[in-house]
Design a binder for this molecule. Sequence first.
Ligand code: C2O
Ligand code: CU
Ligand code: CU
Length: 514
Amino acid sequence: MQGLQPYVDPLPRLQTIQPTRTDKYNDFYEVRMKEFRQKVHRDLPPTRLWGYHGLFPGPLFDVPRGRPIQVKWINDLPDQHFLPIDQTVHDTGSLPEVRTVTHLHGGKTKADSDGYPEAWYTKHFREVGPFFEREIYEYPNDQRAAALWYHDHAMGITRLNVYAGLVGMYLIRDQHEKRLNLPAGDYEIPLILMDRSFHKDGRLAYPSQPDDPEPHWPNPSIRPFFLGDVNVVNGKIWPYLEVEPRKYRFRLLNASNTRAYTIYLDSDQPFYQIGSDGGLLKRTHATNSISLEPAERIDLILDFTHYANQTIHLKNDLGPDASPDDRTTEIMQFRVKNSKQHADTSSLPNTLSHIPSLSNQPVQTLRNLKLNGTVDDIGRPLFLLDGKGWMEPVTETPTAGSTEIWSLMNVTDFTHPIHIHLIQFQVLDRRPFDLARYNKDGSIVYTGSPVPPAPNERGWKDTVAAHSGEITRVIATFEPYTGDYVWHCHILEHEDYDMMRPLKIIAPETDKNK
Ligand code: C2O
Ligand code: CU
Ligand code: CU
């Protein structure tokens, strides 16, 4: 919807959830997914949303490393969806319309608590079924401090459930991070960024078909992408935040369905990036612009010390070809106050953490995996991983504890953010090849040498931008659990149709000769 004024609503702070019960070893939480209405902009009537705990975004989990928690994820949503469901995708027509399953993205979680797409359940939950449906999930939190996030992962409708609002952030803390004395408390702010579209009456807008549908396509029919016309941060369209002239730490997540951002500040001040998806980098990286694909997180320090009484905008660079009335260039505003409440005693360390290089590990398996596009039997665009859809038998079956290199060869025309469950990986390199030549005769002709990852990607990652015409290589050790996981493109319209594959981590064979 056109004409909304930016920077009229203060940035909401996420509400930290408290355990309902705690014992010597565990904390217990209960989260109810509910429908509710919430104002997303001063000039819009309240919007119907679905959210964890009745909040959009959901509550913030803030938990220490090493202490397991259990979460009961209660589906208390209406029986009918309010967004357009394509009944032809994954037999959706024969399934209950409203089904949910929660995934902790970036978490080292046992398979039966990972949110397998087919382990969805409804409000009328019963603990039976072909998969391992359960409401109570366990998170060991046995991993380094990082900003994870949780979101819905139900088969065939993830894009709609997430769009409706089923998203939240999950921070793990550890002693190492604490000793760095980073800005904390009021000066550490999670930012959940996403694009959305709204009708004038406040309703969320999600088109029921692709932009140029063929007459014989169903309606609703899944779209190959979605781009909203406004940016929403912590549940408000283009909010502003009053800050003191001092350092802040921002935990930024791109929770959009399809949109990638290239962020910068109009004050030309640098971002100090200190962390990636899987936690702190080795060293602080100062940069004026950062790209952020769906599902990626960045941990940033901004120093407003020398900007008292100034107004600064966090913006999205749409490139030179952007239409002048595309307002997704705007994200949020910082209003720097005249003075600070207390002296800023926080640090901006140069050296942050130790990251052992996985490339020194013996590699058991190399996988060449294509990211490709085709059309389905009625001529709609269809994206696949290595030519296969979700229903085909599992092919990625790493042995637990083994290290693998995955070469992701993108033969489509745009970037796909590829995400692997359970593990954090390292990006080895990206190598360009001649895509036109590949499309002509299938041969792979490199057009350059492998390019090492950018400094801000030299840490732990669980989602990586695999660009068109490049082979992106990542390395990971598949541990510590065995079982059924998934890997997929995190453009949710692709994940649903059909760029998601099972990932089965198998137990090592016991050596009988020993
Ligand atoms: Cu964030 Cu399988 O997802
Ligand atoms: Cu995940
Ligand atoms: Cu994709």
